[in-house]
Design a binder for this molecule. Structure first.
Ligand code: NDP
Length: 434
């Protein structure tokens, strides 16, 4: 805390992990001897840079760019880019730190990183987005490479932004290096299911968590926060598995739809037209209504999937969910549940899937994209989806096994932290003091 005084999100992420590691540290004194924890909390490299760009009226803007390359003991740095005005070094460090454990949990060869900018893409024209992405990559390209650091998308960065950044990288590097970024377009190196992977994976994890605890997802009432990439594809997979998804939100408020959300209309409003969610309620008619600035967690549900941003589900929201009989919460977003809310939910016996496990399907499918790029091949949707399903089952079972091994069966938070930590810690021990 003293070392990183102005970084509350980073402190929160580290403390949450530390809270769960004491049994592992007691069992493995060698981690402490080699200061594995201290080394893990200090990024291997942090890059901050100026991103100047010109708007459509000729005005000059200056944003700040970040890439925190946190840990590469298990493989090249891997993690998304976030474009949102709330981005600062502390936010990127918290996301990068989480990414180390998440990537370790997938069982794949990837290290942890995160990046982004305080640029606000809202209301910007196509040309402005393109110029910003090019300026951003002009500086960042020298730090990337398929064996060095492989970015992907996150809040505010989807296929469009990845396209502009990849194009600029290719121009500057004078190299077609498909494996340098993931989330690419399908006809130029992207993987089927990458767009859907984080949302689908979160729901697959939730389904397995419920089943292992004698419950099912089919027929459950589900509420999702957000209406971006993770939220939309969580809704899609939950509906495919027979759940009734009745509400979702965006940064302006939330919609409740008694008939169940009309996903096609929702995608049209949010993905295609990039409008606010009130437009969904206007077009949907009587079954739906919109609540400006309200909390989507006021809507009664069996399963809650927070999929928007950090600290969006607080203690009050947790109490409301518990009073309304929620049985499971799985984090589609990174650290969406505050520490107080997490402990209330766990104490109330609610099944809780932490983000570093539940939302790891996105990064895992990014590695599948890299595999296809390396082999110059392209898998079918069914094949990629099958790989995702197997990966999510593996992540779930690794958390379950570690929780049992440390005497806390069913504690997915402890299981995820310990299983991720052991894998990275062992690799760091084997590779010496670097
Ligand atoms: P998107 O930009 O596609 O969507 C984000 C959604 O959350 C939007 O609906 C947005 O509202 C809403 N939102 C963003 N910030 C806030 C805020 N401060 N308050 C309320 N609502 C907000 O991002 P993603 O879906 O990609 O990411 C969502 C979360 O999932 C993030 O925590 C991200 O780190 C995490 N994640 C994403 C992965 C991926 O593959 N994309 C992988 C693993 C985790 P509006 O529409 O009004 O902007």
């Amino acid at each position: 805390v003293r070392r990183n005084p102005y970084e509350p999100e980073f402190q929160q992420a580290v403390l949450e992990v530390l809270d769960n590691l004491s049994p592992a540290l007691t069992r493995h004194p060698e981690y402490d001897d080699q200061r594995i924890l201290q080394r893990l909390c200090e990024p291997e490299r942090q890059i901050m840079f100026r991103v100047p760009w010109r708007d459509d009226n000729g005005g000059v803007h200056v944003n700040r760019g970040f890439r925190v390359q946190f840990n590469s003991a298990l493989g090249p740095y891997k993690g998304g880019m976030r474009f949102h005005p709330s981005v600062n070094l502390g936010v990127i460090k918290f996301l990068g730190f989480e990414q180390i454990f998440k990537n370790a949990l997938t069982g794949m060869s990837i290290g942890g990183a995160k990046g982004g900018s305080d640029f606000d893409p809202k209301g910007r024209s196509e040309a402005e987005i393109e110029r910003f992405c090019q300026s951003f990559m002009t500086e960042l390209h020298q730090h990337l490479g398929e064996h060095t650091d492989v970015p992907a998308g996150d809040i505010g960065v989807g296929a469009r932004e990845i396209g502009y950044m990849f194009g600029q990288y290719r121009r500057l590097a004078n190299r077609w290096e498909a494996g340098v970024m993931t989330g690419k377009g399908l006809n130029w190196g992207g993987s089927r299911v990458r767009t859907e992977a984080t949302g689908y994976g979160t729901v697959l994890f939730t389904q397995r968590m419920l089943e292992r605890n004698g419950k099912e997802l089919d027929g459950r009432r589900v509420v999702v926060s957000g209406a971006g990439n993770v939220a939309l594809y969580s809704i899609e997979r939950a509906q495919q598995l027979g759940a009734n998804v009745v509400a979702c939100s965006d940064s302006t408020g939330y919609v409740v739809d008694d008939k169940g959300l009309d996903l096609e209309l929702l995608k049209q409003v949010k993905e295609v037209e990039r409008k606010c969610i009130d437009v969904y309620a206007e077009r949907r008619g009587q079954s739906a209504h919109y609540v400006r600035d309200g909390s989507v967690w006021d809507v009664p549900c069996d399963v809650a999937l927070p999929s928007a941003t950090q600290n969006e589900l607080d203690a009050d929201a947790a109490r409301t969910l518990i009073d309304n009989g929620v049985i499971a919460v799985a984090e589609g977003a990174n650290m969406p549940t505050t520490p107080e809310a997490t402990s209330l939910l766990r104490r109330a016996g609610v099944l809780f899937g932490p983000g570093k496990a539940a939302n790891a399907g996105g990064v895992a499918t990014s590695v599948l994209e890299m595999r296809q790029n390396a082999r110059r091949t392209s898998w079918s949707f069914d094949h990629a989806e099958q790989e995702l399903a197997e990966t999510m089952a593996g992540i779930h079972d690794r958390c379950e096994e570690a929780a049992e091994r440390y005497g806390s069966p069913g504690d997915y938070v402890l299981g995820a932290n310990v299983a991720g930590f052991e894998r990275v810690g062992d690799a760091m021990l084997a590779q010496g003091l670097i």
